[in-house]
Design a protein. Structure first.
Length: 250
């Protein structure tokens, strides 16, 4: 049993560092089925575990220049608001509904990554071809629309994050790649920063409403943090195309 818990904690961190997502996909079931934690407590604890791990791994990616700070701030701000609201809703939502949503959202994100092949072209490049005296105005309008889409996705992903207890990286990474057209490695680093902020918000939404074993959560987090460093270094050995293909299959 102890070996399985250690393995689960390490794998959670490796997956989070490698893909910028997926930590709670392992952490929550491990807490529920290996440590026999009640489902709602497992949801809360997985958010706390991923929050700390994503903070450390996100900082490591920021040092390497793999974080788009502007996008992280916009997505994160609206994501935090949505996540807190989702967490408060999750306290009163039947567990079976939360677990069904947990599975469906994962499959939907994987399907979108596998089938949405064409990434959006850079808006500035398109405008440069079109030319014209109003190019600066068009750039501003496109930027506003672009950031508006990111804000809306931040709220939507945040609500799901709080409701089903996952960091949301497996939705954030595809959204960043498909909406912003940024490279996969930058999307992963940016996702980790966003996941950290949203997971703290989600954990805050559950704390006090459900029992949380802080000692168990702390031990699991230490193992996950160690694994995340290994995952981050493994990620730098692969091209962003390989990582993009691996994420939906995982």
């Amino acid at each position: 049993m102890l070996i399985l818990v250690i393995l689960a904690g390490a794998v959670t961190g490796i997956v989070l560092g490698l893909f910028g997502s997926g930590g709670s996909i392992i952490a929550m079931p491990a807490l529920m089925y290996l440590l026999h934690v009640e489902p709602k407590s497992a949801i809360a604890m997985s958010l706390g575990i991923v929050a700390v791990t994503a903070t450390i791994s996100g900082w490591d990616n920021w040092r390497r220049g793999n974080v788009d700070v502007k996008i992280a701030a916009m997505f994160g701000l609206f994501g935090v608001l949505g996540t807190y609201g989702g967490a408060r809703l999750g306290v009163y939502t039947p567990v079976v509904v939360q677990l069904i949503l947990f599975a469906l959202v994962m499959y939907a994100a994987a399907w979108k990554m596998l089938h949405k092949k064409k990434q959006p072209q850079a808006q500035v490049a398109q405008l440069a071809v079109a030319g014209g005296p109003n190019i600066a105005v068009d750039e501003i309008e496109n930027l506003k629309a672009h950031m508006g889409h990111i804000a809306m996705h931040g709220v939507g992903v945040g609500v799901l994050t709080g409701l089903v207890g996952v960091g949301g990286g497996f939705l954030i990474v595809p959204a960043l790649v498909l909406l912003s057209g940024i490279p996969m490695k930058v999307a992963i680093g940016t996702s980790l920063v966003i996941v950290a902020a949203k997971s703290y918000s989600g954990f805050a939404g559950y704390i006090g409403a459900v029992p949380v074993d802080l000692a168990m959560m702390g031990a699991f987090t230490l193992l996950t943090v160690a694994g995340s460093f290994a995952g981050t270094r493994i990620a730098h050995r692969f091209s962003h195309e390989k990582l993009k293909k691996a994420l939906p299959f995982f």
